[in-house]
Design a protein around this ligand. Structure first.
Ligand code: BV8
Length: 232
């Protein structure tokens, strides 16, 4: 029985919850310059602009609701007889709010803040400001707990262990353009996992998957989970 399922999600799974994707028409990277708002250099240059970008996304995420795709994955985690590991590139908390118990946020979390001086982590206030002081050490070195371009994503060793021991690897709602996440399907294939892509349209990596389901996440993900649980 295929009992270990490893899932990677991207911005496409939260699109129907009203949260913008990055590279679709009108996506975030067409409204903002990635270099200015999603790199440590951009933050050093203009922390107020970067906080403004994430404060707006934090408010949007708090106002958003999980959709049927987030809820279906939480059901899979609960009802699947084997292990389900969820890795997300997303920084929103919609998987958790859908009832998902264990989520690996490889690119960090919008609702978390951290201190660059003492590495303390705490729940981010709705609005973060450059003048905020660290609640632990008092230094003015606070930032969103988010992995920017050029920074090392979280939990990479743990993620590699999971992907290389997966029986089934599923990629949901991601364009497959950002590394190291975009490399996971190749690692899964090399480890003889079955690989499946669920996405609105073909991604950069579609040819790498054994199986593909094209459509809205709120439709194709629940259908996929129902089939898995029916056959489990
Ligand atoms: C690293 C947090 C090295 C921020 C993100 C030059 C200099 C430095 C690095 C690089 C470089 N050149 C390349 C790199 C590597 C770089 C990279 O890959 N760049 C790309 C642009 C080429 N990667 C990095 O920098 C990574 N770090 O390499 O570190 C290192 C080594 C040693 C020591 C230290 C460091 C860090 C990458 C993480 C950056 N942070 N996010 C934030 O969120 O603001 S990445 C960002 O892109 C988001 O996290 C997002 O999740 C991620 C991927 O985007 P997607 O989720 O795929 O979203 P996208 O819009 O692209 O696609 C949406 C998809 O959904 C589409 O396919 C669409 O069809 C589909 N869809 C839409 N609607 C629906 C749907 N599907 C279903 N249903 C729907 N309704």
């Amino acid at each position: 029985m295929r009992n270990k399922i490893v899932i990677l999600t991207g911005a496409g799974i939260s699109a129907e919850s009203g949260l913008g994707t990055f590279r679709d028409a009108g996506g975030l990277w067409s409204q903002y310059d990635l270099e200015e708002v999603a790199t440590p250099e951009g933050f050093a240059r203009d922390p107020a602009k970067v906080h403004g970008f994430y404060n707006a996304r934090r408010a949007n995420a708090k106002a958003a609701e999980p959709n049927a795709a987030h809820i279906a994955l939480a059901r899979l985690e609960r009802d699947w007889p084997g292990q389900v590991v969820l890795i997300t590139q997303n920084i929103d908390d919609l998987h958790e709010r859908a009832g998902h118990q264990r989520v690996i946020h490889m690119h960090g979390e919008l609702m978390e803040a951290k201190c660059e001086a003492c590495d303390a982590h705490w729940e981010a206030p709705l609005q973060m400001l450059p003048a905020d002081a660290c609640p632990e050490c008092g230094e003015h070195a606070t930032r969103p707990d988010i992995v920017w371009f050029g920074e090392m994503p979280y939990d990479m060793d743990l993620i590699e262990q999971h992907i290389t021991s997966a029986d089934l690897f599923a990629s949901i709602g991601t364009s497959g353009q950002v590394f190291p996440a975009a490399g996971f399907v190749m690692q899964a294939n090399a480890a003889d996992a079955r690989t499946v892509e669920l996405n609105l349209e073909p991604s950069e990596l579609s040819g790498m998957f054994d199986e593909r389901h094209e459509g809205l996440a709120s439709e194709v993900v629940p259908a996929w989970v129902n089939r898995l649980l029916a056959g489990s």
